[in-house]
Write a protein that binds this ligand. Structure first.
Ligand SMILES: C[S@@+](CC[C@H](N)C(=O)[O-])C[C@H]1O[C@@H](n2cnc3c(N)ncnc32)[C@H](O)[C@@H]1O
Length: 184
């Protein structure tokens, strides 16, 4: 795996429940995710956000979890089974060439891309892919780690997303993060 991809041991740290003290996934997700929605978690790792997302969308919803690393997805699968949400979650391994949502066209209600864009070699391609997968008016929440990604780099990310057709409609406060809420 390339050096700029989050190592599996960091994946374990990111899934630690103590992280909820600074980044509560339910609080972050509830303004955007509702029961029965079809949502995506790009760069899901071991599911810090995916499992709460699955609980919110419930048994009639779907959470498409995409990651480039099989080990992250395997760990997520075990957690989803333990949490009783494995029927709601789809586990998809993507590659650098395919972002994993090719079969969705104007079909998704919300996508989360948290702490992943800076690891993607073609962020513009990713935003174009997400844009195609979302329903008109649907939103994507992008978060990047402030200690790792500069303000200038993040502004470039937002600029790339806007170039793909997204409108920036907000920037929810999430501790230790740069954020942007984008609408198709
Ligand atoms: C820093 S972790 C963030 C995990 C999670 N979103 C969170 O906040 O806990 C980044 C994740 O993105 C994944 N990733 C890196 N490049 C990717 C790509 N091109 N497509 C999908 N996932 C990718 C990594 O394997 C890793 O699991």
């Amino acid at each position: 795996m390339a050096e700029n991809v989050c190592p599996v041991w960091v994946g374990h740290l990111l899934a630690n429940p103590l992280r909820k003290l600074i980044q509560n996934p339910r609080t972050i997700l509830l303004p955007h995710v509702s029961p029965k929605m079809t949502v995506g978690d790009i760069g899901c790792a071991m599911g810090f956000f995916s499992i709460p997302m699955a609980r919110i969308v419930g048994p009639s919803g779907r959470v498409i979890c995409v990651d480039i690393q099989e080990k992250m997805l395997n760990a997520l699968k075990k957690k989803a089974i333990r949490a009783g949400v494995d029927k709601v979650v789809a586990f998809r391994r993507c590659s650098r060439e395919s972002f994993g949502l090719e079969d969705f066209e104007q079909a998704m209600d919300f996508i989360l891309a948290f702490a992943v864009v800076h690891e993607v070699p073609d962020p513009e391609g990713l935003f174009a892919h997400i844009f195609k997968a979302l329903k008109p008016g649907a939103r994507v929440l992008v978060g990047e780690p402030a200690g790792h990604v500069s303000q200038q780099q993040f502004e470039k990310t937002v600029f790339l997303a806007q170039g793909c057709g997204f409108k920036q409609i907000g920037a929810p406060r999430i501790r230790s993060s740069h954020t942007t809420l984008l609408e198709k």
